[in-house]
Design a binder for this molecule. Structure first.
Ligand SMILES: Cc1ncc(C[n+]2csc(CCOP(=O)(O)OP(=O)(O)O)c2C)c(N)n1
Ligand SMILES: [Mg+2]
Length: 797
């Protein structure tokens, strides 16, 4: 069933009675359709046609009202209850909703995630296949949902903040497909219980400080799964608890409204005012939508009778939004009970049909695979009597599966190939198997990174060049000159973080640049790593080029969740429809003590698949990596060496042009006896050790991997190992961290084990953090003497 939704007026004021009546019934129709989708959706799960279901029943009336004020150009950052909003906004059909419930991998059937996300995790397309941003101003935009509760908040902050950037930075007006002078609001939905998360509270505070058009709808159904709100929220009321944030005359803050979730007229009136103010004045707004019900409980995984008493259940039946809206329509003579019953009947019929269509569209391609496989199996059985019975049995097994999955097809063909062997007889079957493997790979394993022209791996290498007379300058000055050129040349670039604006970051990379490029583009933030990351994600998703700073790598942990769950998965979970070209800038590795020596690279590369992880050994390399990332659409993190800002480097004269290709190690010293692989600050310790070893006549070859994700894509390290037959991986992560990762890549993926004369080694930091002081560092992180000793030992082996 297709939605046929004309644009609704943002306000009901001034409507004729007929028009008003029409609009109310139109909403009522979607409300009934949505309820029916919830009821049938649950049944599909309970009868085994889908694995899991979570539905928006009980929230329909509020969401139909909400949809009225969502305009083209606006963004939504929401969670899994918003199906009614999606239907009523014309952004999802019921058929698409069911396609997602069934995990249909065809993007044409399931346009939110191509079967990758659980049901009710919505998205709309932001970028085309070439990686160019679409015209987002003339469409309604759904940023891709995540399941971690409140994960949508920090991204929502960023999406709203982008409107402020577009409104304030005049050079951005040329990008008329991305914003209409910042008039877009971001609708953010969240459940009552999830407001307990730090993400929510941090976002509220940041939005109140920043003054951004973030409009938050709290769907308060009184529970977070089974836990009632008295255990969740101070005073059991989020609007009460937040009172100190209320904006007053002459202050910043947020506008807070409370409204009842079954009160259609009240909802429309309240939403109209709050959204209008947010749009015009960029004042954040929170609607506490209370007295909402949950007729089917939390999800298909449980039943609410286990934790709601009979009084509550009875109350929910009586105060169900649909019951109340029905009463209101009749009381106001907008329709008769019979007319409403007709709408309800029609809704049931519609949903039944849409559900059936979704199921057919989902199952047909699999049925085709089954029939193709059965025909090929028959062909094999016909040709050879000795295993005909076994093959026919497999064929029968496959065709008797009532609701086959793709994996059933693969399992049966694989069993048949085990029986037939690889000969001529199974040629066609084997071909088909390989074809299906390819198809399934496309369905399930693509788009972790951009694969088209905006892939960072397609950025051409341009070498740094140097004018003859250049002298050495401090590393931070190289960055400073680079950022100066960058901000002069690219209006889409923004930089922000703790102490980044006024003083130009703790190591002066941005020194003097706020004065030059303005505090709208280079600015300080509160101490809130989590929402700094969310702010960056939101800007990036809207087509800007944020450089969001984590002051010290040690504090990345505070901001890791949105990077791991949101930035790193976005392109994958939308099957390539959204991109997040966020650059996280930070500084790390050894400096001082327990809290400023972090090098948790193993943690980072394991948490951030889907991001690029750059570990430059100096600031010249860092600049080349920034240039590469800025030419691509994937998110990346650049970890500058905390102890490298005052080391002297030669200044390239093509700062904006040169690029460091990702995944290409650089040989920083040629040698013949042993290969030492390292990166970042440790590389300088390695070079000290090499000097000691060379005095002992050991010739060391040193490779800087430059990036951990991707890692040595052309197997340059293997080339070196083939020559030296000895290899050691050195870093300052914990044992088994990133050094273990490099070891695995070279031994397993590159087949390095075949070229070894002695057993390969890793040298890492100790498992504990370094105690304070230079000796604490020396005895905790790898030191030159220790590396030399291992190298000598390997030569003697
Ligand atoms: C970070 C995180 N913790 C726990 C969960 C599991 N979980 C899913 S929904 C939910 C309850 C959310 O309640 P609420 O925010 O009130 O939304 P509702 O489902 O009631 O609409 C929980 C605990 C999760 N998805 N993410
Ligand atoms: Mg709840």
């Amino acid at each position: 069933m297709e939605n046929t939704f004309e644009d609704v007026e943002p306000s009901m004021e001034g409507l004729s009675f007929d028009h008003f009546r029409e609009e109310v019934l139109h909403d009522y129709r979607w409300i009934c359709i949505s309820r029916e989708a919830s009821l049938l959706g649950r049944k599909e799960v309970l009868t085994g046609k889908a694995k899991f279901g979570i539905f928006g029943d009980g929230k329909e009336v509020a969401q139909a009202a909400m949809a009225k004020f969502f305009q083209p150009g606006d963004f939504r950052s929401g969670y899994y209850r918003d199906q009614t909003f999606m239907f009523a906004s014309g952004l999802a059909t019921v058929q698409q909703f069911f396609a997602q419930l069934y995990a249909d991998p065809n993007l044409e059937n399931e346009p939110f995630s191509g079967g990758r996300q659980m049901n009710a995790h919505f998205a709309s397309r932001f970028v085309n296949e070439e990686g160019e941003w679409l015209d987002l101003v003339n469409r309604k935009n759904i940023s891709s949902d995540v399941a971690p509760t409140a994960g949508q908040m920090t991204r929502g902050l960023g999406l709203a903040f982008a409107s402020k950037c577009f409104r304030n930075v005049k050079e951005l007006q040329q990008f008329s497909n991305l914003s209409d002078n910042g008039n877009e609001v971001c609708f953010c939905t969240i459940g009552d219980a999830s407001t307990s998360e730090g993400h929510f509270l941090e976002t509220i505070n940041a939005a109140g400080v920043l003054q951004v058009p973030l409009v938050i709808f709290v769907w308060d159904d009184g529970y977070g799964i089974s836990v009632p709100k008295k255990y969740q929220t101070t005073k059991a009321s989020i609007s009460e608890a937040l009172k100190g944030f209320q904006k007053e005359d002459g202050t910043n803050g947020i506008n807070i409204y409370k409204v009842k979730g079954w009160d259609y007229a009240g909802l429309c009136e309240t939403f109209e005012e709050g959204v209008r103010l947010a749009r015009q004045t960029h004042t954040p707004t929170l609607f506490h939508v209370d007295e909402i019900t949950q007729p089917q409980g939390h999800s298909t995984s449980g039943s609410h009778e286990r934790y709601k008493d009979s009084n509550r259940l009875e109350w929910e039946r009586q105060w169900d939004g649909i019951v109340k809206m029905r009463e209101w329509i009749i009381a106001n003579a907008l329709a008769t009970s019979e007319e409403l019953s007709d709408i309800e009947m029609e809704a049931k019929e519609n949903v039944r049909n849409s559900k059936a269509a979704a199921w057919e569209a989902y199952l047909n391609p699999i049925r085709l695979q089954v029939s193709n496989s059965v025909a090929l199996l028959k062909g094999v059985a016909d040709k050879n009597n000795s295993f005909a019975n076994e093959i026919n049995a497999l064929s029968n097994e496959l065709s008797s599966i009532r609701e086959p999955l793709r994996r059933d097809v693969m399992r049966i063909i694989n069993m048949a190939l085990d029986i037939t062997g690889n000969g001529e007889i199974s040629f066609l079957l084997k071909n088909y198997y390989v074809e299906l493997q390819k198809e399934n790979k496309k369905n399930y394993n693509t788009f972790l990174y951009n694969e088209g022209p905006k892939s960072a791996l397609k950025v051409e290498e341009v070498k740094a060049t140097y004018a003859d007379e250049t002298s050495n300058i401090n590393g931070f000055e190289i960055l400073n000159k680079y950022f100066n050129n960058l901000f002069a040349s690219n209006p889409k670039v923004f930089a922000f973080g703790e102490d980044l604006g006024y003083i130009g970051d703790v190591n002066q990379g941005f020194s003097g640049l706020q004065a030059k490029y303005g505090s709208d583009r280079i600015f300080d933030t509160g101490i809130r790593e989590l929402s700094i990351m969310g702010q960056g994600i939101g800007l990036a998703v809207r087509g800007l080029r944020p450089i969001a700073e984590i002051q010290y790598l040690d504090y990345l942990l505070y901001g890791l969740q949105p990077l791991s769950d949101d930035a790193a998965t976005l392109h994958f979970r939308t099957k390539g429809q959204q991109s997040c070209p966020l650059i996280v800038r930070t500084r790390g590795h050894r400096l001082e003590g327990v809290w400023h020596s972090g090098s948790p690279m193993g943690m980072i590369i394991n948490a951030l698949r889907g991001m690029y992880v750059c570990v430059p050994r100096n600031m010249v390399q860092a600049v080349g990596m920034y240039n590469t990332l800025l030419r691509s659409n994937d998110p990346g993190i650049v970890i500058e060496c905390l102890n490298g800002y005052r080391l002297k480097e030669k200044l390239p004269n093509n700062l904006l042009e040169y690029t460091v290709p990702l995944g290409i190690p650089e040989k920083v010293k040629e040698g013949t006896d042993i290969t030492i692989v390292s990166y970042g600050s440790t590389l300088r310790i390695v070079l000290d050790a090499v000097q000691l070893a060379e005095k002992q006549n050991i010739s060391c070859e040193v490779l800087d991997v430059q990036t951990l994700l991707p890692f040595d894509i052309n197997h340059k390290i293997l080339e070196s190992l083939k020559k030296t037959n000895r290899i050691v991986f050195v870093d300052e992560d914990v044992p088994g961290g990133a050094a273990g990762f490099m070891f695995n890549k070279v031994m397993e993926e590159q087949g390095g084990y075949r070229w070894l004369d002695v057993s390969p080694r890793t040298i890492t930091a100790k498992a504990h953090r370094p105690p304070y002081g230079s000796d604490g560092d020396y005895f905790s992180k790898p030191n030159a003497e220790e590396i030399e000793a291992v190298v000598k030992e390997m030569m003697a082996e």
